[in-house]
Design a protein around this ligand. Structure first.
Ligand code: UGA
Length: 451
């Protein structure tokens, strides 16, 4: 008999996983305690922006292999394998708040009256799975109910592609039957040669924590180099490009700029730091703390640069903020560096008008004190300065000459190091960026730099 799958939590991870499982040939039931979300999904509307996801939800929904519910009882009755995809937000002390995860487990467990595997996908501190496993054994209505951990590595904005083509699969299990069942679930990926690591619960949990902390470390490392570049007139973009050519280093997540945000890297880094501190691992805790601090500093350095470009004060200045989402291809503004900077500029007396191709509604809700425009030209009207905050591809294609016609002054600060300085300077703009010299270096025919 074909396995039936439930996915508890229908956010980015859960919805992407649900459509992936439905595409793999399983019958899937998505469950969430948010009735509005479930009502939207049931009517074919996905209440989040993720390229390709709405079409897939509707495709599988209309085939009758993907349904949604708010009932734990229904989920428990339906599924053989239950994936927990609920968030683990940050507590005030920096550690992960496990209440939503525990709530989902405790909601589901008493209704499990036949053999089942409950599989955690959420990012958690090491040791969580063991605690949840014990709780599951206490509450489950059947003795053959077990817990496994299967961390996901998908990126927002690429959730569907990453779910369908993961770099690796990690199964954290405490028994051979649990590993065998997960192999059956992921057979379609294993048959395509996706590498599999089968390990214990703790190692599986730690793999995910370490992966996110390492990605954050790479970003903060290059941003620390950017700080040095600013003091010694070097160009961090060129440094990053050259570092990335070394296959031992690699160019991914080595893009300098405003740093990381979103609902994952910052809180996972802090949760990992809290755990390192609790274990009295002072070296690890200070390394991870420094990564977080460098990331925060990037926001302050940017505000300093914008203020300096405005002549030393932001009071009364009109700033056009290009971008609000924490990264491109996403409508997510949670812990967005772009919005944090826009808010700070506003606090210092600037009039800030924000435009984001996808996240305008979220930005408006999160920061009602800012002005929000429906187009780039709209927010640039009468601006004293443009600040490029989210690396949307469409911002790279903007025509500087067209924008020049509506602004008060031709000044732009590139906080994402992805605009072409020469294009903007050629159109008469003063172009500055984090970690880059304020003018283009002149290159002699022999290739040596002449300043
Ligand atoms: C991150 C990880 O990349 C995923 O592997 C992981 O599964 C996910 O968290 C999670 O834990 O669920 P995501 O939050 O979607 O994914 O974002 P990233 O693509 O990692 O970007 C995070 C932030 O870093 C963004 O604000 C981005 O603009 C910034 N960034 C990224 C840089 O500043 N420089 C870079 O080189 C790359």
């Amino acid at each position: 008999m074909t396995l039936r799958i439930t996915v508890l939590g229908t956010g980015y991870v859960g919805t992407a996983h649900a459509v992936t499982m439905a595409g793999a040939g399983f019958s899937v039931l998505g469950m969430d305690i948010d009735a509005e979300k479930i009502a939207a999904l049931t009517s074919g509307r996905v209440p989040l922006f993720e390229p390709g996801i709405e079409d897939l939800v509707n495709h599988h929904r209309l085939r009758g292999v993907l349904q949604f519910t708010t009932s734990y009882r229904e989920a428990a009755r339906f599924g053989d394998v239950h994936f927990l995809c609920v968030p683990t937000p940050q507590s005030p002390d920096g550690s992960a708040d496990l209440k939503p995860l525990l709530g989902a487990l405790e909601g589901l467990a008493p209704h499990l009256t036949r053999p089942a595997l409950v599989v955690g996908k959420s990012t958690v501190p090491v040791g969580t799975a063991t605690v949840l496993g014990e709780r599951l054994a206490e509450l489950a209505g059947h003795p053959a109910v077990e817990l496994a951990w299967n961390p996901e590595f998908l990126r927002e904005g690429h959730a569907v592609v990453d779910s369908l083509h993961p770099d690796r699969l990690v199964f954290g299990v405490s028994s051979a039957p649990a590993a065998a069942l997960l192999r059956e679930v992921y057979r379609f990926l294993l048959d395509q040669g996706v590498p599999l690591i089968v390990t214990g619960l703790e190692t599986a949990e730690l793999i995910k924590m370490a992966a996110n902390a390492f990605l954050a470390t790479k970003i903060s490392f290059i941003n620390a180099v950017a700080e040095m570049c600013e003091l010694v007139s070097a160009d961090v973009v060129t440094v990053a490009e050259a570092l990335g050519q070394d296959p031992r280093i690699g160019s991914a997540h080595l893009h300098p700029g405003l740093g990381f945000g979103g609902s994952c890297l910052p809180k996972d880094l802090r949760s990992f730091t809290a755990q390192a501190r609790a274990l009295r691992l002072t070296g690890a805790a200070s390394l991870l703390t420094a990564v977080d601090q460098i990331n925060d500093q990037a926001r302050n350095r940017l505000v300093d640069l914008v203020r300096a470009e405005c002549g030393g004060t932001l009071r009364g200045k009109r700033i056009a903020a290009l971008g609000a989402a924490f990264k491109p291809d996403s409508d997510d503004t949670r812990d967005s560096p772009a919005l944090a900077v826009a808010e700070q500029l506003h606090r210092e007396g600037a009039h800030v008008a924000v435009f984001d191709p996808r996240a305008s509604a979220q930005a408006r809700r999160a920061c009602p004190q800012l002005d929000h425009g429906e187009s780039l030209l709209h927010v640039c009207r009468e601006a004293d300065l443009l600040v490029h905050l989210t690396d949307w591809p469409q911002f790279r294609d903007v025509d500087p000459a067209a924008v020049a016609e509506v602004v008060r002054a031709r000044r732009i600060v590139d906080a994402r190091n992805s605009l072409d300085p020469q294009k903007w300077r050629a159109a008469g703009w003063r172009f500055t960026a984090l970690g880059r010299p304020a003018s283009d270096p002149t290159i002699s025919l022999s290739g040596t730099l002449l300043r």
